[in-house]
Design a protein around this ligand. Structure first.
Ligand SMILES: Cc1cc2nc3c(=O)[nH]c(=O)nc-3n(C[C@H](O)[C@H](O)[C@H](O)COP(=O)(O)OP(=O)(O)OC[C@H]3O[C@@H](n4cnc5c(N)ncnc54)[C@H](O)[C@@H]3O)c2cc1C
Length: 326
């Protein structure tokens, strides 16, 4: 499978391995010098994913702020270099063979969180957990569900991340996005963001989120904290702790819980190589240390086959596989 949005062109076709390394380092150098962004060539992606899995991204680039990002995306478009915008890498399975083109990781200038009355304005790279904690500290309610979701605000907008009956669509009033093809920046009101179950306009169109405005309700800080503590306790009791993972592997089929179907199909503890179906929560796969993306993909297929055979339900992955095919 090719990286999403990537037409599959081998953009440095014909070059040998040594030449490719040199070309990539030259491009990284040009990006550092011309555009001012931090840029590396052949950066191992296991360092940047919660699964601790993934081969090298040909280029790994960190624009510091919106101005650098706009210039960078124009540069990548002009050079025909495909790119993936990554948040905290907590919903991604990156191929062992790595990612063709560039991974763009939004830098510190996108991490700002500002509170103005009951409105929070935050950059797309702001960690959702931090946004939720700051909201709680300011006596603002509505983000308690997010206190245990380890992604970025941008990833949450893309996925419409949610838990405990809440999701980001219920609080996001606007998002600032950049169009992939034209580089045009636009402010979209929540109605235009087309939020659905683990999806949004960003996901459908590949827009890049720069930041968002969240509208919360005033509440008692003690009660808000108590709710967040209750959710955290529930997570600790029902989800694997310690071993690298990427959260829920499958979306819940309508009216059913994927975890229960997998557990009842007898898949808990099933393993391929270093990847194992969590014994704590059957909708999680944990990396026992040396798991490869191929191990995880094979295990996913086995889980799907078991559940389909037993219940006639085809489970759809919630995590995204990115990069070159295994
Ligand atoms: C322990 C654990 C618990 C989890 N619990 C939950 C949960 O309760 N509920 C839930 O919904 N999820 C949960 N997740 C999954 C994950 O945290 C969410 O899906 C989160 O929204 C992903 O954000 P991210 O920044 O890590 O995105 P990434 O994994 O980096 O990327 C995911 C997708 O979002 C896109 N993306 C990221 N940033 C941007 C941006 N700025 N603009 C446009 N697209 C962007 C990427 O291109 C990619 O397609 C959990 C994960 C873990 C590891």
């Amino acid at each position: 499978m090719n990286q999403r949005g990537n037409p599959g062109i081998d953009w440095i076709a014909g070059a040998g391995v040594r030449e490719v390394k040199l070309i990539l380092e030259e491009i990284a150098e040009e990006i550092r010098k011309k555009l001012g962004c931090k840029a590396k060539s052949r950066e191992p992606m296991w360092r940047h994913t919660s699964f601790r899995i993934g081969g090298p991204a040909e280029l790994y680039i960190e624009p510091r702020d919106e101005e650098e990002l706009v210039k960078l995306l124009a540069y990548l478009r002009e050079k025909g270099i495909p790119y993936l915008v990554m948040g905290n890498g907590t919903n991604l399975l990156v191929s062992d063979a790595g990612i063709e083109g560039a991974v763009v990781h939004l830098g510190d200038g996108f991490k700002e969180i500002r509170i103005d009355g009951s409105i929070i304005r935050a950059g797309a790279a702001a960690p959702l957990i931090r946004v939720a904690r700051e909201a709680a500290g300011a006596g603002l309610s509505g983000l308690e569900f997010a206190g245990g979701i380890p992604g970025s605000l941008g990833g949450a907008l893309y996925m419409n991340a949610g838990a405990h009956g809440g999701d980001i669509s219920k609080v996001a009033s606007r998002a600032r996005v950049i169009h992939r093809e034209s580089g045009r920046i636009e402010e979209l009101a929540s109605g235009a963001l087309e939020f659905g179950y683990r999806s949004s306009l960003l996901r459908k169109r590949g827009y890049v989120a720069l930041g968002a405005e969240l509208v919360l309700a005033r509440g008692g800080p003690e009660e808000i904290r108590a709710r967040m503590d209750g959710y955290a306790k529930k997570r600790r009791a029902t989800q694997p702790q310690g071993a690298p993972n990427a959260g829920s592997i499958f979306r819940n089929p309508p009216g059913q819980a994927a975890g229960r179907l997998i557990e009842e199909a007898g898949a808990k503890g099933m393993a391929v190589g270093g990847a194992e179906v969590s014994r704590v929560h059957a909708n999680f796969i944990v990396n026992r240390g040396q798991a490869t993306a191929c191990d995880v993909l094979k295990l996913i297929e086995r889980m799907q086959a078991l559940v389909e055979e037993r219940y006639g339900v085809k489970l759809e992955p919630e995590i995204e596989f990115v990069g070159r095919p295994c």
